[in-house]
Design a protein around this ligand. Structure first.
Ligand code: HEM
Length: 517
C-alpha cells in the first residue's frame, strides 16, 4: 500500500457515500470503500450502516472492535481507495526489528534514556537482529502452526539452523565454535547468557506458548546431556545433525508414575552384552511425536542412568492432547524391549541424577526467560487496550480499579526481569559446575516466582479484557492464549511448589551451623 499513489478525498466527499451499496468510511486517515464488502463483513453489514459509521471517521469504533492487523491483511488492504487530504496515518505496525514505544513493553535496558549494568551495545545489536529474524521468519510460522497444530516446517527449521538459532539456544560453549551466529552479529567467543536470553525472549514475543515449545525446545533440553556426557562418537553422530535441523531430539524423563519426583521413575534398562534393553513409558515429552532421539532417564541395577535412545524397533510415540496446540508435539512414548548400545550411555552408570539435575538449571532459566517476555507482552496488550477502549464515554484507564491492575502487572514483570538479570549475570561469571551448586536454589525460586506472577497477570489481564479474553480470535486472542497456557510454565521443567521447596532446602543445607538469633 505504501507504494501505491493514493487518491486524496475531503471529509465532506467521504460523507456523501453513506448508504447501502455506496459505503465509504475513514480509519486513521485512510478511506475505505466497503460497498461490496459490507455483506461479507464478519461483524455483519448493519453495524456499518449506523449513522456514526457510514461516511464517517470510524477510527475509534474500529479500534474498539478489531486488532490493527485486520487492516494489514491483503484482502482488506485492497479496500482502501485513498486518504484524507492533509491527514497522515498515526497507527502503524512495528517494522521488523523495531522496539515498542509503549512504556514497560520493553525491558529497561532496551528503553530509550535508561541504563543497564549488564547489557552492552553488542547485546543491543544482537537484539535488533534477533527481533528482525523472529518477526520475519518465526511470527508468520507461529500463527500458521498454532492454527493448524502441525509441527514447524522444515523450511523454517532450515532458516533457524542457518542462523544457528538452535545452537545459540543451548547457551555459550564449545558447540558454537566456528559458527556464524545470526549472520555474524556476535562472535562465538563473545556469546554469553544475556545473548542466549535475548533469543528466548524474542522467540516468546512472537510465538504462542505451544509454539515456543514446538520450535525445538526438546532439542534445547535433550542435547546438553549428550554434549556434556556423551562419548565423542555419540556427540559426532547426533549433535551436528540436531543443530543443523536434520534430526530432532527430545528429553524423556517424566512418566505417568513420576514427574518432578525423578527418583520414582519406572522405565528400566537391563544389560545384555553390549546393549541395554529398555522397557517403560514416558509422558509429556515435548517434541516427542517427531523426535529421532530420546535422552532418556532409566532405572538400572546400580541406580538411575541416562541413555540416548534412537527411534527404531520397539519405540512408539503417541500424541497427547493438551491444553495448548499440538504444534509442541507433546508425546506419550513407549519403549518396548528397545536395544540400545552401551556406548549410548550418557555419563556414568548410576550417575544419571547428576546428568539430569545439572541440565535442569539451564532449562528452568530458559523457561523463566521465555515466560517473562510473554508476561511483558501481556502488560503491553493491557496498556494498549485499556487506553483505547472507551466505556461510559471514557477510556478504560479512567477506572481506578483498572489502573490498580496495571500497577500490579507492571510491578510483577519488572521484579521478575530484575531478578532474572541478576541470576543471568551470575551464570556468566560461573563455571557449569559452580552454577549447579550455587544457582539450582535461586533458579528454582526464580522460576516459582515467575510462573506465579504469570498466572496472576493472566487473571488480571482477563479481567481487563473481559469477554474478549474468552475468544481465540479477535482483540483478546493473545490474552486468551496466555490465560490458557501460562500454567504450563508452572509445571514443565519442575512443578512450581517443588521448585520453591528446592530453593529453601538448598538454602537450609548452607545454613551456618552456629546460626542463632
Ligand atoms: C475496513 C473496515 C473493516 C474491516 C476490514 C473489518 C473486518 C472485520 C473482521 C475481519 C472481523 C472479525 C473479527 C476480527 O478478526 O477481529 C470483524 C468483526 C467485527 N467488526 Fe469489522 N471490519 C471493518 C470495519 C468495521 C466497522 C467500521 C465497524 C463498526 C461498527 C465494525 C464492526 C465489527 C463488529 C461489531 C465485529 C464483531 C466483533 C466481535 O466479534 O467482537 N467493523 N470485522
Amino acid at each position: 500500500m505504501a507504494n501505491r499513489i493514493m487518491k486524496e478525498f475531503s471529509i465532506e466527499e467521504v460523507a456523501k457515500h453513506n448508504t447501502e451499496g455506496d459505503l465509504w468510511i475513514i480509519i486513521d486517515s485512510k478511506v475505505y470503500d466497503l460497498s461490496k464488502f459490507a455483506n461479507l463483513h464478519p461483524g455483519g453489514a448493519n453495524v456499518l450502516f449506523a449513522d456514526s459509521v457510514a461516511g464517517k471517521d470510524a477510527t475509534q469504533v474500529f479500534f474498539g472492535l478489531h486488532r490493527q492487523e485486520v487492516l494489514f491483511k491483503p484482502q482488506y488492504t485492497r479496500l482502501q481507495i485513498g486518504k484524507i487530504q492533509g491527514q497522515e496515518e498515526t497507527i502503524r505496525p512495528l517494522a521488523p526489528g523495531e522496539l515498542s514505544q509503549v512504556p514497560y513493553a520493553e525491558p529497561t535496558w532496551l528503553s530509550k534514556g535508561y541504563y543497564s549494568p549488564y547489557y552492552t551495545e553488542g547485546h543491543r545489536k544482537f537484539q535488533v537482529a534477533a527481533r528482525r529474524f523472529f518477526m520475519e521468519v518465526i511470527q508468520p510460522e507461529s500463527v500458521k502452526c498454532e492454527e493448524s497444530g502441525k509441527r514447524i516446517s522444515q523450511e523454517v527449521v532450515d532458516q533457524m539452523s542457518e542462523a544457528n538459532i538452535m545452537a545459540m539456544r543451548l547457551g555459550p560453549g564449545k558447540h558454537l565454535k566456528g559458527r556464524t551466529l545470526l549472520g555474524g552479529v556476535v562472535k562465538p567467543e563473545e556469546f554469553d547468557y544475556f545473548h542466549e536470553g535475548i533469543i528466548h525472549a524474542e522467540l516468546s514475543r512472537v510465538s504462542s506458548r505451544a509454539v515456543v515449545d514446538g520450535l525445538l525446545a526438546g532439542l534445547v533440553i535433550g542435547v546438553p546431556p549428550i554434549l556434556n556426557y556423551g562419548t565423542p562418537e555419540v556427540i559426532a553422530k547426533v549433535v551436528p545433525d540436531a543443530l543443523a535441523g536434520k534430526k530432532y531430539v527430545a528429553l524423556a524423563i517424566s512418566e505417568a508414575f513420576a514427574g518432578s519426583d525423578v527418583g520414582g521413575l519406572q522405565t528400566t534398562a537391563v544389560r545384555d552384552g553390549d546393549y541395554w534393553v529398555v522397557t517403560g513409558t514416558k509422558k509429556w515429552i515435548t517434541n516427542g511425536t517427531f523426535a529421532d532421539y530420546f535422552t532418556t532417564g532409566c532405572k538400572t541395577e546400580t541406580g538411575f542412568t541416562v541413555l540416548l535412545i534412537e527411534r527404531g524397533p520397539g519405540v512408539t510415540t503417541k500424541q497427547i492432547k493438551t491444553g495448548y496446540s499440538s504444534v509442541a508435539g507433546t508425546a506419550y512414548v513407549i519403549f518396548d524391549k528397545v536395544r540400545v548400545p552401551v556406548s549410548h550411555t550418557l555419563g556414568k552408570v548410576g550417575n544419571g541424577m547428576q546428568v539430569i539435575l545439572s541440565n535442569f538449571n539451564h532449562e528452568r532459566w530458559m523457561v523463566v526467560a521465555t515466560s517473562i517476555s510473554a508476561q511483558r507482552l501481556v502488560v503491553e496488550e493491557c496498556l494498549k487496550w485499556s487506553n483505547q477502549r472507551m466505556v461510559f464515554g471514557k477510556p478504560l484507564t479512567a477506572q481506578a480499579v483498572i489502573r490498580a491492575k496495571l500497577a500490579a502487572m507492571i510491578s510483577r514483570v519488572e521484579a521478575c526481569q530484575n531478578w532474572y538479570e541478576s541470576v543471568t549475570y551470575q551464570m556468566n561469571q560461573m563455571s557449569y559446575n559452580e552454577m549447579s551448586s550455587k544457582l539450582a536454589g535461586p533458579i528454582g525460586l526464580l522460576k516459582q516466582f515467575v510462573s506465579r506472577t504469570a498466572r496472576e497477570t493472566a487473571e488480571d489481564a482477563t479481567q481487563v479484557f473481559g469477554g474478549r479474553a474468552l475468544t481465540t480470535t479477535g482483540m483478546g486472542k493473545l490474552i486468551e492464549n496466555y490465560h490458557r497456557t501460562s500454567g504450563f510454565d508452572a509445571i514443565l521443567a519442575g512443578a512450581e511448589d517443588v521448585l520453591g521447596d528446592l530453593g529453601v532446602r538448598q538454602a537450609l543445607k548452607k545454613m551456618p551451623r552456629g546460626a542463632r538469633l
